[in-house]
Design a protein. Structure first.
Length: 158
């Protein structure tokens, strides 16, 4: 990892933590393993104010270009789960690929695909959007979800 750990804006961290804790979106065992790895990585992640995120770090609403060693490339927007639209190149942050690249930066490499068909993808370009994450969660639900570490780490404005 270029920056030593995953980097999240506070709003991105909250949204991803919410979806990981609710476990509503697990597609299959490979996806479940990816989400478990993301959750584990988030324990050591740097959580910063949105305006402190380096421009080359993948966040929700970033436009990301990846390339494989064979030369295949793809550009897509990383979005919250409710905005996912594969036909319009909008990939959910908690999809298998989205969960692997969130918090990484240009030059970082991820392995993606199904067993027997794994491809190494290099993050080639990240363009930040001015659009920001807005997560509205009832305070009781948020209290159940966030661990003590995140409560201390995040100042909640609900």
């Amino acid at each position: 990892m270029k920056h030593g750990s995953l980097i999240f804006g506070k709003e991105n961290f909250r949204m991803i933590k919410f979806y990981l804790e609710t476990k509503e979106v697990i597609e299959d065992y490979t996806h479940e393993d990816t989400l478990k790895e993301l959750e584990k990585s988030m324990l050591d992640a740097s959580v910063v104010e949105t305006d402190k995120i380096p421009n080359d770090v993948v966040q929700i609403y970033s436009t990301v270009s990846v390339r494989s060693r064979s030369g295949w490339e793809e550009t897509f927007d990383l979005v919250p789960p409710y905005e996912q639209n594969i036909k319009n190149d909008k990939i959910s942050v908690i999809s298998s690929l989205g969960a692997k690249i969130i918090g990484l930066s240009v030059g970082d490499i991820v392995k993606h695909g199904l067993p027997g068909n794994i491809v190494s993808l290099t993050i080639e370009k990240v363009v930040q959007s001015k659009k920001r994450v807005k997560l509205v969660i009832p305070e009781e639900a948020l209290e159940r979800i966030l661990s003590n570490r995140e409560k201390d780490l995040l100042t909640l404005n609900i």
